[in-house]
Write a protein that binds this ligand. Structure first.
Ligand SMILES: [Zn+2]
Ligand SMILES: [Zn+2]
Length: 273
């Protein structure tokens, strides 16, 4: 099975992305790499949701305040102008776990207007108080709780996929340590519920960008994905591209994932097909 979608792409509207990253650039590359569906998911916090207290880290409000609805909506007309070239273009967002309200930083009103929504439980570099980095168990427990609050939130029915689940971003130590600190029973409880809710699990290829195939195969994250598959979760793929480079290895990594997890078309979320 060849993966022809990428449901996790950032443009320069994301403050952390390359200033060169454009929808037009991605569309041109998609043609070269045989991708037929691109989902744009710039970082987003809905300004209708008070973030004042949710921002656990210095500078996070500075990061999300400008990335509001009007800001990400600038992409919609750009996508409209690029239609008709044989590539499906989806307008979505990577919104955030909101620890203060125990939910997700998007209102139903906005969620309804999106083609898809992805939410991470693992932006702990921004959302988690620093003192929870150690002992590692506290960090893992934070992500378990965040995951549960996301999938049980009032907007959960709008969530397409859990972005890079349990893969703590910008972790000051090897974030793979955390994956093995969560028990299979705990994963199963969460993934059973994820499957029930019709939320997919994202296979995010960005962490493998400069790794060898052997290193990718040894990644403990496969165990987590296997459990999700056993629980009946469906999957989406995402490059988490912040520039135009990553698609050069995307096909190799998505093919490896399909082989290691023995994925079939039926295992993919409907939106990807
Ligand atoms: Zn992310
Ligand atoms: Zn992202």
């Amino acid at each position: 099975m060849k993966i022809t979608h990428d449901l996790h792409i950032h443009t320069s509207l994301s403050l952390c992305a390359s200033r060169e990253a454009s929808a037009a650039g991605y569309v041109a590359l998609a043609k070269q790499h045989g991708l037929t569906r691109l989902g744009f998911a710039d970082h987003y916090w809905d300004e209708r949701i008070d973030g004042t207290h949710a921002f656990c880290r210095d500078g996070v409000s500075g990061f999300y305040n400008p990335q509001n609805t009007a800001h990400i909506e600038q992409l919609r007309p750009q996508l409209d102008a690029l239609r008709g070239q044989g590539i499906d273009l989806l307008f979505g967002c990577e919104t955030e776990y909101d620890p203060y309200h125990h939910g997700v930083a998007i209102t139903e009103e906005v969620a309804e207007t999106m083609d898809f929504i992805i939410v991470p439980n693992s932006h702990t570099h921004m959302m988690m108080p620093k003192e929870l980095y150690q002992p590692y168990e506290k960090h893992a427990a934070y992500m378990v709780n965040a995951y549960r609050e996301i999938i049980e939130s009032p907007v959960s029915r709008y969530i397409t996929a859990m972005a890079h689940p349990f893969q703590a971003v910008c972790c000051p130590y090897d974030n793979r340590i955390l994956i093995s600190l969560i028990t299979d029973d705990e994963y199963r409880r969460l993934f059973d519920r994820t499957a029930e809710k019709g939320i997919a699990i994202e296979i995010n290829t960005s962490c493998w960008y400069q790794k060898t195939d052997a290193e990718v195969e040894a990644d403990p994250v496969w165990h987590l994905f296997s459990l999700a598959k056993e629980c009946g979760c469906r999957f989406t793929f995402g490059s988490d591209a912040h520039d135009h480079q990553v698609h050069s290895v995307y096909a190799a990594h998505t093919a490896l994932a399909c082989r290691l997890l023995a994925l079939r078309e039926v295992d993919l979320a409907i939106i990807t097909r």
